[in-house]
Design a protein around this ligand. Structure first.
Ligand code: NAP
Length: 487
């Protein structure tokens, strides 16, 4: 790609776009073409983060006292700004993260919807009143904002995940310091720009880019931080959770190893399509992506054959090409990790029945491309059946009963999402009770969740304390006081 001038983007602290104190920058690279530099961003230091936290701290009281309708107005205005730029921001997102253009535009639209959703839902989020025996006393709870909230987010949904944290934080009266993934800072800039243009008061949202190794600790351990809402890997989540003090609330949305169970009575064509969509969309880089298919032996051959056929028809390429169904992996670390797991699978004795090659010829030569991989003869104890790969790799495990399937499905440390394909409603209901997952689906992909419904994992997929999304997504950002008024 012909490189035009590369723009340098800044941090946003106390209502101003500013350089980091050391004036150093890093580059965001297009994973479809590593010669394409998407932008330069501030390599912030702890000092920058402290400035951002202090600005958020100073702005807190006034924002907490700002009328909810004024806060909602700003979210609605920011949503309209994003909607007016879906085409531009969608292309930028694809260029920066690699996902296909329709998905990128859809994500920008979903971000606007999320801002609007919380602009409405936040206005009716309230406490409860409690009957009591004293006729001259009222007892009720009132909800109050926490203070300064750190928002730390990954690259795979680099604008919609921040929005589902920032919107409920702001509407309930908190102020925010936002650190995006170092792989996708540009689309995060766009979200902050929209809030800035919408008239958010200075200090209410602050934005700092840079490596977690330099800025991560301050975002978690600074005494003014009342809460950390984080989405990312389980390793990083455990680290943050351990470092946070007793008075810092944490919400950790982490990794997954999501199973799709295919029963004998399933529509096998539909089941194979669910596996392809759940396992390979977003190049397998969805936290809720299908990484294990647990299939009944009697239908396993038919299922695998259809899975291969459907996978073959998925065009791999640059996400900006309208025919592309599978884009590149998001970064070099991802590429190495996925290729490593494909080797591990082979060494463990699983059979690679489709794909798994590193693509390096012609149009793929400058990108992080890998063919989606399908393994059969996978035993539940293999690493490819247990560990999060976070790439386009499906491990097919064959079983003879629902009981075996559910036991294997639950025998991992994660519990994010799971699905079963069956026509048997009774079995489906039993599955919803027995599966250890925060998102449970029947005859649908493991991926995808509604803006207005709770989202989060069990076991090592989450802190399991507070859910994101929906009305309950507001709970994390408020504390309750119980008030007794006698008169
Ligand atoms: P990651 O490496 O954990 O990074 C996520 C974010 O945390 C980035 O902004 C990163 O900054 C920062 N970070 C990393 N270590 C940190 C630390 N010790 N302290 C403070 N901040 C830290 O994850 P990723 O590679 O971006 O995303 C992939 C992972 O996210 C997968 O495991 C996936 O399952 C998970 N995920 C979960 C959900 C969910 O809702 N459960 C949704 C999407 C993704 P730098 O970029 O500067 O390193």
């Amino acid at each position: 790609m012909l490189q035009t001038t590369v723009k340098t983007y800044q941090n946003y602290i106390n209502g101003e776009w500013v350089e980091s104190v050391n004036k150093e920058t890093f580059e965001s690279i297009n994973p479809a073409d590593t010669n394409d530099i998407v932008g330069r961003f501030q390599s912030s230091t702890e000092e920058d983060v402290i400035k951002a936290i202090e600005a958020a701290s100073d702005a807190f009281q006034e924002w907490a006292n700002t009328s909810p309708s004024k806060r909602a107005q700003i979210l609605n205005k920011a949503a309209a700004i994003l909607e007016s730029k879906v085409d531009q921001y969608g292309e930028e997102l694809t260029r920066e993260e690699g996902k296909i253009l329709s998905g990128a535009k859809g994500e920008v639209q979903r971000t606007a919807q999320t801002l609007r959703y919380y602009a409405v839902e936040g206005l009716s989020f309230t406490g409860e009143t409690f009957p009591n025996d004293d006729p001259n006393m009222d007892v009720f709870t009132q909800r109050e904002p926490l203070g300064v909230v750190s928002v730390i987010t990954p690259w795979n949904f680099p604008i919609s995940i921040p929005a589902r944290k920032i919107a409920p934080a702001l509407i309930t009266g908190n102020t925010v310091v936002f650190k995006p993934s170092s792989d996708t800072p540009l689309i995060a800039v766009r979200l902050v720009e929209a809030l800035h243009e919408a008239g958010i008061p200075k200090g209410v949202i602050n934005f700092v880019t840079g490596s977690a190794s330099k800025v991560g600790d301050a975002l978690v351990t600074h005494p003014a931080i009342r809460a950390v809402t984080f989405t990312g890997s389980t390793g990083a989540g455990e680290d943050i959770h351990r470092k946070a003090s007793l008075t810092t609330r944490t919400q950790m949305e982490l990794g997954g190893k999501n199973p799709l169970i295919v029963m004998e009575d399933a529509d096998i064509d539909h089941a194979a399509q669910l596996a392809v969509n759940g396992g390979f969309s977003l190049t397998g880089q969805a936290c809720t992506g299908t990484s294990r298919v647990i299939v009944m032996e009697s239908v396993a051959d038919e299922f695998v054959q259809k899975l291969i056929e459907k996978t073959q028809s998925q065009t791999i390429g640059n996400g900006l090409n309208p025919d592309t169904k599978i884009g590149p992996l998001a970064n070099n670390k991802q590429l190495k990790n996925v290729l490593n797991y494909i080797e591990i699978g082979k060494e463990e004795g699983a059979e690679l029945v489709y794909g798994g090659n590193h693509l390096t010829d012609s149009e793929f030569s400058n990108g992080y491309y890998v063919e989606p991989a399908i393994f059969t003869n996978v035993s539940p104890t293999m690493r490819i059946a247990k560990e999060e790969i976070f790439g386009p790799v499906i491990a097919v495990i064959t079983v003879n009963s629902y009981e075996d399937a559910i036991q294997i499905a639950n025998d991992v440390e994660y519990g994010l999402s799971a699905s079963i394909v069956t026509k048997d409603i009774g079995l489906a209901k039993r599955f919803t009770r027995e599966i250890e997952a925060g998102t449970v689906k029947v005859n649908r992909t493991t991926t995808g969740n509604l803006i207005n419904a709770p989202f989060g994992g069990l076991k090592k997929s989450s802190t399991s304390t507070f859910r994101e999304s929906g009305r309950v997504g507001l709970e994390f950002f408020t504390q309750i006081k119980t008030v007794y008024i006698g008169y």
